[in-house]
Design a binder for this molecule. Structure first.
Ligand code: HEC
Ligand code: HEC
Length: 150
């Protein structure tokens, strides 16, 4: 190469380097930060395991109602009391009592003994069929951190 050619190549290289230096870094949001989920859109995220509430009845205090008239949540574990079948209902065995005593289960309220469809004015002897499956309305509470902070 002649000295002139070397100088020309050097000049081109210098110009390219200067151009690259001036170019602003591309502005992009990493895909892991696009959504509220803690991962990229193509990942299948497995939620953190939940520790089941396995406390015995009476160990934990009752929780405040979500709103007046809301079904109270179950403060104790219920794994040992399921399933509820036509013949067996452990919830009724404990809660089907006449009056509240300190430290004892809260009695099933009068509303649960009323058959709203066939005899809405009368308190039945047994828990009404529509109320038999307690866990349709009452749910146990587990310690679960919110997936997304408020
Ligand atoms: C071994 C007895 C026992 C069994 C079985 C049982 N519970 Fe309880 N339950 C208790 C005790 C004791 C408490 C705490 C005292 C209280 O009721 O306020 C309680 C509390 C509750 C409360 C909270 C009441 C309130 O006023 O906030 C609900 C709701 C409840 N249980 C529903 C159920 C359901 C539904 C089942 C069946 C899946 C069930 N329980 C099975 C004994 C029992
Ligand atoms: C259709 C929904 C529903 C079903 C099913 C149901 N409940 Fe309830 N429960 C409620 C609501 C709503 C309340 C609060 C209003 C009231 O007292 O009627 C309540 C209140 C209660 C209370 C609190 C009473 C008090 O004096 O504080 C207990 C205990 C209870 N239910 C137990 C049970 C048990 C045990 C079963 C199953 C045999 C059951 N419930 C089935 C909706 C339901």
């Amino acid at each position: 190469m002649t000295p002139a050619a070397v100088a020309a190549v050097a000049a081109v290289a210098l110009a390219a380097a200067l151009a690259a230096a001036k170019e602003p870094a591309p502005r992009s949001i990493p895909e892991r930060r696009i959504g509220l989920a803690k991962g990229g859109p193509e990942e299948v995220l497995v939620p953190a395991p939940v520790k089941e509430n396995d406390s015995a009845p009476g160990d934990r205090p009752v929780r405040p109602r979500a709103f007046p008239g809301a079904p109270p949540v179950i403060p104790h574990g219920i794994a040992d009391f399921l399933p509820i079948t036509r013949e067996a209902n452990a919830c009724v065995d404990c809660h089907g009592i006449a009056e509240k005593r300190k430290g004892e289960p809260t009695p099933i309220p009068a509303s649960h003994y009323v058959d709203q469809r066939n005899a809405p004015e009368k308190r039945g002897e047994r828990v009404a069929g529509a109320r038999w499956s307690c866990t349709a309305c009452h749910l146990p509470q587990h310690e679960v951190a919110p997936l997304v902070k408020n």
